[in-house]
Design a protein around this ligand. Structure first.
Ligand code: ADP
Ligand code: MG
Length: 608
C-alpha cells in the first residue's frame, strides 16, 4: 500500500474545525452570522461559563426545512452559494458551509428550527456523530445550542483561558456583530444576567450608545463622504478622549468587521498632530463598497479583506476623518460653558481645550529623538536659518480664551531646590534658565511624571489622601469592561479609587485620590480599563495593576497643554522636577524636557 492516503472525513472535519473554532468567541461569531443571514428581526444570545458550558443563539429568521437539516451540519454544504461565480458577489456573511459542521465536530450541537409554514424539527450532533432529526414544535426561526465546547477534546480544551477571559472575547464578538447590524435587535445574557438589550434602530449612533453608553456616543464626531460608488461613514472620538489602546476602534465593510493596516493608517493620518504619540482615537468606521471591489474570501476566521483599490479607499477615509475633526478647528467648535464633556462632572467643558494643544505637543514627539540630540538639532536649525524652527506652534486665539478654566495645579511647598527663573511659552512649555544653559519643559509631561511619583510615594507609605465624592459618579461600561473593573476592585482601592458595582454593567466611583483634584472619575476609569485590558492579556499581578491605576490617574489629572499657569505654579512644577529622580521622562517614556547648554549656544553664536 502506498504511503499517501486520503484522510477520513472525520479527520478532515476536525482539522477544519481547528481553523474555524478557536474558542467560544468564534462559535458566537459563526452562529450570529448564520442567524443574521436568515434575515431575522432579532437575535438573542445566551452564554454560560464564558461560552465553554453553553452558547445559545436564537433568531426569528427564515428557519431550516426539516429535509435540509442534516445538510446544514455536513461540511461544505451551504444554501448561500451555488456556483463559483457567486464567490465574487457575496452578500451573505457565511458562504463556506463549514461552520456548523466544524462546531458539531467539537461539541454537542442541538438545532431547533421551523420555517414560516413548517412544523418544526430538532437535530442533535454529538462530537461529530449525528443523532438524527426528530419533529419538535417550536416558534418560527432557529435556535442553535452548543454545549460543552471541546468537552471531549482535552487537547483543545487545555487552550481555553478562564471563563472570565473567554467571556470577554465572546462579548467582544457579540459587540462587533451588533455594531454591524443596528437594524436588528439583539440581546446578550451571561450566566443568567442580561448584559445587553439592544432594540433595532436605523441610527448607528443609537446602537453605539446602546453598547458603550450615551456618555461616549453623544460625544462622537460624525462625517460621511462619498466618492463614486464608495461611501465612508465615520463616528469618531474627540482627540482629548484618546485611549491607551485601539480597543475602541471598529471597522466595517458593509456588515463585515475587518482589520486593515492601510485603513488604520488613514485614520491615524487623519488625527495627525492631534494625539500624543502612542495614544489611540476612538473610531467607528463603515465602508460601503460594491461587492466586486472587495474580496472577503481571504481567511476563514480572521478579519482580513482585500480591496481592489486600496489607494482610493485610503484617501476617502483620510478625508472623512479630517472632515469629522474639522468642526473642532474653527471658533464654532467652542462650546458654551456648562455643557458637559464625556465624564459627567461639575467641571466646565473640557471638550476642545486640548485639541490644538495636543497638536503642538505632537509636533515635538513626532520627530522625537534623544533629548540631547534634539537640542543639538534645534541649535543647528537656529544657526542655519537665523530663527529657531519653533517646535511650538502658535495656539489659536479661541483656544487661549478657553484655556483659562483648567483646575489649578496643586501647590506643594517648594523645598530647597535651586530657585530657577522660569516662564511659560504658548501655554504649554516652560522655559527655565539653568546653571548650565536653558531647559524647555513640556508642562503636561512633567506634571504627569511628578503626580505619578507623588501618588506612588504616598501609596507606598500608606498615607494616600482619598476624597469621598459628594455625588458618587456613575460610569456605564460594556460587560467586558465591567468584568475587568470589578475584577480589580482591591487594586483600584489600593490606588485610592474606590469603585462599587451598581447593577447592569455600571459602576459607581465613590472616592478618588485628593491629588487628582477634579479629574472626572469616568475619565479615570476609562483610562484604567484601557491599560488593564492590555495588561490582562499578559496576565497581571496586583502590584502591576496598582501601578497602571497610578499611571492612569497621573495621565488624566496632569495639567494639559494649553493651560496657562500662574508664576507660583510654574515655580512649583519646575522645582518638583529636582525632587523626583525619574522626572526627566514622563511615565510613557517620552522626554519631559529638552536641554540646550550654554556651551552649545556659545558655539552656535560663534563665541568660542
Ligand atoms: P454557511 O453559513 O457558510 O452557509 P454554515 O455551516 O454556517 O455554513 O451553515 C450551513 C447552512 O445551514 C447555511 O447555509 C444555512 O442554510 C443553514 N443555517 C445555519 N444556521 C441557520 C439559521 N440560524 N437560520 C437559517 N438557516 C441556517
Ligand atoms: Mg455560517
Amino acid at each position: 500500500m502506498g504511503r499517501i492516503q486520503a484522510l477520513p472525513l472525520s479527520v478532515v472535519n476536525r482539522i477544519a474545525a481547528g481553523e474555524v473554532v478557536e474558542r467560544p468567541a468564534s462559535v458566537v461569531k459563526e452562529l450570529l452570522e448564520n442567524a443574521l443571514d436568515a434575515q431575522p428581526g432579532r437575535v438573542d444570545v445566551t452564554v454560560e461559563q464564558g461560552g465553554i458550558a453553553l452558547i445559545r443563539v436564537v433568531d426569528d429568521g427564515c428557519g431550516i426545512e426539516a429535509e435540509d437539516l442534516p445538510l446544514a451540519v455536513s461540511p461544505h454544504a451551504t444554501s448561500k452559494l451555488r456556483v463559483a461565480e457567486d464567490l465574487d458577489q457575496i452578500a451573505t456573511l457565511g458562504f463556506r458551509g463549514e461552520a456548523l459542521a466544524s462546531i458539531a465536530e467539537v461539541s454537542r450541537l442541538v438545532i431547533r428550527t421551523r420555517t414560516a409554514d413548517g412544523t418544526g424539527s430538532r437535530l442533535e450532533v454529538d462530537g461529530g456523530i449525528n443523532r438524527g432529526v426528530i419533529p419538535e414544535g417550536c416558534s418560527p426561526g432557529t435556535a442553535v445550542e452548543v454545549h460543552q465546547l471541546f468537552g471531549k477534546i482535552p487537547a483543545r480544551r487545555a487552550f481555553l483561558r478562564t471563563p472570565a477571559t473567554e467571556w470577554s472575547h465572546a462579548a467582544e464578538a457579540f459587540v462587533r456583530t451588533a455594531l454591524a447590524h443596528p437594524e436588528t435587535g439583539f440581546s446578550l445574557t451571561h450566566n443568567r444576567r442580561q448584559v445587553h438589550d439592544l432594540p433595532a434602530t436605523d441610527e448607528w449612533r443609537q446602537r453605539i450608545a446602546g453598547i458603550f453608553g450615551r456618555q461616549l456616543a453623544d460625544r462622537l464626531l460624525e462625517a460621511t463622504e462619498t466618492d463614486g460608488d464608495v461611501t465612508v461613514t465615520a463616528l469618531i472620538g474627540r482627540p482629548e478622549d484618546d485611549m491607551a489602546s485601539g480597543r475602541l476602534q471598529h471597522f466595517f465593510v458593509g456588515k463585515r468587521p475587518f482589520r486593515d493596516r492601510s485603513i488604520l493608517h488613514a485614520v491615524q493620518e487623519g488625527y495627525r498632530g492631534r494625539l500624543l504619540s502612542g495614544r489611540q482615537p476612538i473610531v467607528f468606521l463603515r465602508l460601503e463598497v460594491p461587492p466586486l471591489s472587495v474580496d472577503v474570501n481571504v481567511h476563514p476566521a480572521k478579519m482580513e479583506v482585500r480591496f481592489r483599490d486600496p489607494g482610493r479607499l485610503h484617501r476617502l477615509v483620510l478625508s472623512t476623518i479630517r472632515r469629522a475633526l474639522l468642526g473642532l478647528e474653527g471658533p464654532t467648535a467652542l462650546r458654551p460653558p456648562g455643557t458637559t464633556s464625556l465624564p459627567v462632572d461639575d467641571e466646565p467643558a473640557t471638550a476642545e481645550r486640548a485639541a490644538a494643544g495636543l497638536a503642538a505637543a505632537e509636533a515635538i514627539w513626532q520627530q522625537q529623538v534623544a533629548p540631547t540630540a534634539r537640542a543639538k538639532e534645534a541649535g543647528a536649525t537656529a544657526a542655519a536659518a537665523g530663527n529657531s524652527q519653533a517646535d511650538v506652534t502658535v495656539a489659536p486665539a479661541w483656544e487661549q480664551a478657553e484655556a483659562a478654566q483648567q483646575a489649578a495645579l496643586p501647590l506643594e511647598q517648594p523645598a530647597e531646590p535651586p530657585q530657577e527663573r522660569a516662564f511659560q511659552l504658548h501655554n504649554r512649555y516652560l522655559v527655565v534658565e539653568t546653571e548650565s544653559g536653558i531647559e524647555v519643559i513640556d508642562q503636561h509631561a512633567l506634571h504627569e511624571r511628578v503626580l505619578y511619583e507623588q501618588l506612588r510615594e504616598r501609596v507606598a507609605a500608606g498615607n494616600l489622601e482619598v476624597q469621598a465624592l459628594l455625588v458618587p459618579e456613575r460610569v456605564e461600561l460594556t460587560p467586558a469592561e465591567f468584568e475587568l473593573v470589578t475584577g480589580h476592585l482591591t487594586a483600584l482601592g489600593e490606588a485610592g479609587v474606590r469603585v462599587e458595582s451598581f447593577g447592569g454593567s455600571t459602576v459607581v466611583v465613590q472616592a478618588k485620590p485628593a491629588l487628582v483634584g477634579r479629574t472626572p472619575a469616568a475619565e479615570i476609569i476609562r483610562e484604567v480599563i484601557d491599560r488593564l485590558a492590555a495588561l490582562d492579556a499578559a496576565g497581571g499581578d496586583r502590584r502591576l495593576v496598582v501601578e497602571e491605576v497610578l499611571h492612569s490617574l497621573s495621565c488624566r489629572a496632569a495639567i494639559k497643554a494649553g493651560n496657562p499657569l500662574s508664576q507660583p505654579e510654574i515655580d512649583t512644577l519646575v522645582a518638583d522636577r529636582h525632587r523626583y529622580p525619574g522626572a526627566r521622562h514622563c511615565p510613557h517614556g517620552r522626554p519631559t524636557s529638552l536641554m540646550l547648554s550654554r556651551q552649545e549656544l556659545d558655539r552656535q553664536f560663534r563665541r568660542t
